[in-house]
Design a protein around this ligand. Sequence first.
Ligand code: ZN
Length: 277
Amino acid sequence: MWPQGKSAGAILSFDFDAEEAWIAEDPANAHRPGVLSQGRYGAQVGVPLILGLLDEVALRATFFVPGAVAARYPDRVREVLAGGHEVALHGYTHRSPAALSASEEEDEMRRSIETLRALGADPVGYRSPSWDFSDRTIGLLERERILYSSNMMDDLRPYRHQGTTVVELPVQWIMDDAAHFWIDAKESWTKKISTPSEVLEIWRGELEGIRGLGGLFVLTMHPQFIGRPSRLVMLRELIEVMRSHDDLWVATARQVAERADAVLDAGGATAERSGDG
Ligand code: ZN
């Protein structure tokens, strides 16, 4: 699966949701500037700080951007592209495909591709706003020639969705900053704000475990959560751990998917997911 000299892979991914995460939760939030400011922080402060960090450590990442966010912050998306990072699909609004009608889902897919392309991106990957599909999603991805999905939680390694051309780069809540850091006054006061050191311990343990198994560590982060100063210090520490492992291939989702696509093809049908991973 991995390039010569490498025995595992790692991807830094950022879901650049901005205000759309809150508007999708409740359309009335569009008229609540205080609520929306939580997301706007990601666009105004989080993404620039993240781009600065990635530049300093000379790593390229993947940014999944809803079309509506790209339309609202086109210059920010251009900055992401100018940094050499990948920009990929994350819906048009931030609504789950499972909650959309067939025509709405097709419309979101088409408009999100058009919007990102108009800014100079070449999107070949899809992360659903909810990490979930409708019955139609995988067919839509094939029709639009989308190379990879990064949504499923059923493996530690890339695989091909059975009977399709689409490569999966699996995710999990344990490697998602939202699970550890998202607190929202409305419903989730029961959550706590984890300390950066707690999360570093969890992520580092998962990274080392996946590396030992020859798998793929897909870190999913959100500029509005990871973009706080204390958390970026922690992310830099984790990146230093990643960079200390010569056998770990830190790449964009597209690079990993292209590699997996070639390797899984070479393996033919037996490389398809068949129950044994
Ligand atoms: Zn999102």
